[in-house]
Design a protein around this ligand. Structure first.
Ligand code: CA
Length: 309
């Protein structure tokens, strides 16, 4: 009589295991494809290295369909948004799904908001990660270079050259234009305020509140970090530590202030992450005292799935 009892316990365990494995296998299986949109000087991949380091593979492993897009490394939110919109239209045609879940990092945030504002019928959700919706103090600092000056021309030339190089290395469209001054125009506080007037969807109406959770049938979410220095082995921490000084006492991720990142439903605005940790860079070097950025994306895909998106 002992064996049947043990066997039933064993079968019970196996059934529980099978159920949990099945649940795990579809953990990130959203109804609509996930579309990733990079930030300033970003790309899809260079020499096989993802901008979203390890993130698309982790999302796909448990069921998500993921498309990684590439737009101009440097341009206005509107120009990048138009480029992204063309790609979203293609993805909708290819995938056979009527909508997409957009996720934008940094300048990718305003970029995905643009697409959702002009074509809400194609968008199930918009999520921004470390995005300067109300501008970046770093951009304001750079904007102190007098417009039209030789300094501005030289700086724009250098940055445009860098944008062109990244576009070339990532196999981007050769016709892609680089417009560093357009980026600066979109990411400084005054430019961001003008953009928000035209495209207010999901933007908090108070200085540091939450935005509408749903506008025109589109759900809005955001998260960000507030730790410029997170990993002594990461060469980018020095750069982000320096740029974070432009924020004074305001909590920031090195390039974007905590309040500026808030949009729609704020999932969290103070992860122990800097601006590059938010996309699991460089090469996965992030804080060992924080949830892996990859897990945060997986949890979000699960959140979208549970919301029927
Ligand atoms: Ca890092």
């Amino acid at each position: 009589m002992r064996y049947p009892k043990r066997l039933s316990v064993l079968f019970g365990c196996l059934t529980a295991l099978a159920i949990s494995t099945t649940a795990q296998a579809s953990y990130t299986q959203t109804r609509y494809p996930i579309v990733l949109a990079h930030g300033m000087l970003g790309f899809d991949s260079i020499l096989g290295i993802d901008y979203w380091y390890g993130i698309p593979a982790a999302l796909r492993r448990d069921g998500a369909r993921v498309y990684v897009t590439q737009v101009s490394q440097l341009d206005t939110s509107e120009a990048r948004g138009e480029q992204l919109l063309r790609q979203v239209e293609e993805i909708v045609a290819i995938s056979g799904k009527p909508k997409v879940n957009l996720i934008g990092h940094s300048h990718g945030g305003p970029t995905v908001r643009y697409v959702a504002a002009v074509r809400p019928d194609l968008v199930a959700s918009v999520t921004s990660v470390g995005a300067p919706h109300k501008g970046s103090k770093t951009a304001d600092f750079i904007r102190n270079v007098p417009p039209g000056s030789a300094g501005e021309t030289i700086l724009a030339g250098i940055v445009n050259g860098l944008g062109g190089l990244i576009n070339f290395l990532s196999g981007g469209d050769r016709m892609t234009t680089q417009n560093a001054l357009g980026t600066l125009e979109s990411l400084n506080s005054e430019g961001a305020a003008r953009f928000n007037q035209r495209f207010p969807q999901g933007i908090p109406t108070t200085a540091c509140g939450e935005g509408a959770y749903q506008v025109n049938g589109v759900r809005y979410y955001s998260w960000s970090g507030t730790s410029p220095l997170t990993n002594v082995l990461d060469i980018s921490d020095g750069f982000l530590g320096a740029t974070s000084l432009t924020f004074g006492f305001e909590a920031n991720d090195g390039l974007v202030g905590r309040c500026s990142s808030r949009m729609g439903m704020v999932i969290r605005d103070n992860y122990r992450m800097n601006h590059l940790d938010e996309v699991n860079q460089v090469f996965g070097l992030t804080s060992i005292f924080e949830t892996s950025p990859v897990s945060v994306y997986r949890q979000h895909a699960n959140r979208l799935k549970n919301a029927g998106l």
